[in-house]
Design a protein around this ligand. Structure first.
Ligand code: BTN
Length: 244
């Protein structure tokens, strides 16, 4: 990862930047990193805002052998990041399905995965990562639900060091994903918020009456649950939200 590395003092979005690089110039593992992202995008067409120069804002372009199981790839990257953040803070960093990283019940980072196509064939997968590192406070709207490494430990971090640990860990986890390691989705599952708990599901925007036992994700990254009749069901993330 990162043999091709583009630093951008300012950019609209690192995902968009990598999306626009011509195919022949973009190799597997290329990274775009910025200190000031002006039009950061999050899941569900939301904005992603991060103070300039305080956080980590970057995207990785992957060219997988077969670009399916993308929810599992997103979770694999989140899992790798959570491991690094857990080691740094000595707190448990958990994943919130399908794409967030939480510490102490607050969001510390999020991932936006996008895929570009050449005709019908998926061509590159962009994993965009926003992580709160040295930001000391957040705007009123998110201050109760967001956190940063600095807020957790009171220490200012070298973002380069955190980034290099994360890239190392993502590289390892990517190999497990690419080789379809049967252990990966199990490890991820155990680090998901709500694992093993009876939760409510909102399916296609409708809140289900009954409860489901949350069993994590299957090998595609789809949500796995048991319904009240103890039947095993799986759902993809387009359709569903988990309410704990
Ligand atoms: C989310 O929490 O909804 C996902 C946030 C993803 C933000 C990152 S920052 C780098 C990359 N570029 C973007 O425009 N978005 C992602």
């Amino acid at each position: 990862l990162g043999k091709q590395f583009q630093y951008l003092a300012e950019v609209d979005s690192t995902n968009t930047f990598l999306k626009n690089i011509p195919e022949e110039e973009l190799h597997h593992g290329m990274i775009a990193l910025t200190d000031d992202q002006t039009k950061g995008r999050g899941q569900h067409s939301k904005k992603w805002e991060a103070n300039a120069y305080e956080n980590l804002t970057f995207s990785i372009a992957f060219k997988p052998n077969s670009p399916d199981r993308l929810t599992l790839l997103t979770l694999s990257c989140a899992f790798a990041i959570a491991k690094v953040l857990g080691d740094i803070t000595n707190e448990k960093a958990l994943l919130k399905w399908p794409n967030d990283i939480y510490v102490n019940d607050k969001k510390i980072g999020g991932i936006l995965t996008e895929c570009t196509f050449m005709g019908p064939k998926p061509e590159r997968v962009l994993i965009g990562i926003g992580l709160n590192i040295n930001q000391s406070d957040f705007g009123d709207e998110i201050k109760n639900s967001a956190t940063s490494l600095y807020q957790i430990t009171g220490i200012q971090y070298s973002r380069e060091e955190v980034l290099s640990k994360i890239l190392f860990q993502i590289e390892q986890t990517y190999e497990l994903w690419e080789s379809r390691s049967p252990e990966l989705h199990k490890k991820i599952s155990q680090n998901l918020i709500g694992f093993g708990v009876w939760v409510r599901l909102q399916i296609n925007k409708e809140l289900m009456e009954s409860r489901y036992k949350f069993l994590g994700v299957n090998e595609k990254g789809e949500l796995l649950v048991l319904n009240e009749k103890l039947e095993l069901k799986s759902y993809s993330h387009e359709q569903i939200r988990i309410i704990i």
